[in-house]
Write a new protein. Structure first.
Length: 327
């Protein structure tokens, strides 16, 4: 870690689910204790690339701040801020966009998937990964925690650092990926797909604010198979293996230990064990989110301070960039 700088962002779209928590946020919490400078951004500029409702966006931003704090993000160790409040993100994005060719963006996953769903897409959706590159480079970040699905976007940020440096002289370090655990949480209803907030099926995702009853019901309905013994084999038994993954992660034990605790239980009885582990882990988080949401002034204060600190870090970098570009 040494003098590494970590940057990551999350869109303010709804309550994080177990996949987000185990695949990203838990790692964010660990990183804030390992690196001297860590920035976590609620990336509201990214979230307006899809149709949106201003009232909802405003409350989603505060809700996401509450979720992140409740999951253990500590504003003393990490700068937690709102992307749109630091206008340098948009300005650097424009400059980097002028160094990006159209074909370079056409094959990136964000555009391919989301524009197809809509059969069209905005310019903002198309250049979404350029804004991500700007987010990262604006703080001269060296390490970026990402899921596998974001690796190609990080490669664009690396390319743009190199291209900018070649054009205008060395400014940006090339950021490297910190692949967050390969632990993939699957949909409870279709365990061959990942758990996702865009899953159209009901009861397919567990969010970090689900009540104990919701958690129990969703796990009871989770798809398994016709073998009652519990084993871990994601290829042939994705449903049961997903339960083992969730159990192990929530109880903070190894997969082997989880399987051994399941010995003698059929999948129905095992679901109760998994339910207990999930409830134990999520209850304090859910209660903390409720507490934080009841104190909006506090949340706004945390963000305002983060915005100020991010702004202070961004300003000299943007000044340097502007000089190099010739403004
Ligand atoms: P979603 O697919 O629900 O929209 P995002 O794309 O917003 O989730 O993901 C935010 C972060 O959470 C990313 O780092 C991503 O890799 C991680 N993540 C999302 N879904 C899962 C999952 N099912 N298992 C593990 N990590 C996940
Ligand atoms: Na997504």
């Amino acid at each position: 870690p040494g003098d590494g700088r970590v940057f990551s962002g999350i869109q303010p779209t709804g309550v994080p689910h177990l996949g987000n928590y185990l695949g990203a946020l838990e790692n964010w919490v660990a990183l804030q204790n390992q690196y001297p400078l860590v920035l976590y951004s609620i990336v509201d500029l990214h979230s307006i690339t899809q149709p949106q409702d201003p009232k909802k966006l405003r409350s989603n931003i505060l809700d996401m701040a509450a979720s992140l704090l409740a999951c253990g993000i500590d504003p003393e160790r990490a700068i937690l801020f709102q992307q749109s409040k630091v206008s340098a993100h948009a300005e650097l994005s424009w400059i980097l966009g002028c160094l990006t060719s159209m074909p370079r963006l056409r094959h990136l996953p964000q555009w391919k998937i989301k524009s197809k769903q809509k059969n069209e897409g905005s310019v903002g959706l198309y250049t979404y990964p350029v804004l991500q590159a700007a987010d990262i480079l604006l703080y001269k970040s060296t390490h970026v925690p990402v899921g596998e699905d974001q690796v190609q976007h990080l490669e664009l940020a690396q390319d743009l650092a190199r291209i900018f440096n070649n054009c205008y002289g060395d400014v940006f370090p090339e950021p490297c990926a910190l692949l967050s655990s390969t632990r993939k949480v699957k949909s409870l209803r279709n365990p061959s797909a990942k758990m996702s907030k865009s899953d159209p099926q009901v009861m397919a995702t567990i969010t970090i604010t689900d009540s104990p009853d919701d958690i129990a019901l969703k796990l009871r309905r989770a798809v398994t198979d016709f073998t009652s013994e519990v084993t871990f084999d994601p290829e042939t038994r994705p449903g049961v293996s997903n339960l083992v993954t969730i159990h192990a992660a929530m109880a903070m034990i190894s997969v082997e230990e989880a399987v051994s605790q399941a010995r003698g239980l059929d999948t129905g009885a095992y679901k109760n064990l998994v339910t207990e582990a999930v409830i134990q882990r999520l209850t304090p988080i859910r209660e903390e989110i409720e507490r934080l949401k009841s104190d909006q002034a506090h949340l706004e204060g945390v963000l305002a301070r983060g915005n100020r600190r991010a702004q202070e870090l961004a300003a000299p970098v943007l000044t340097e960039v502007r000089q190099r570009v010739g403004f």
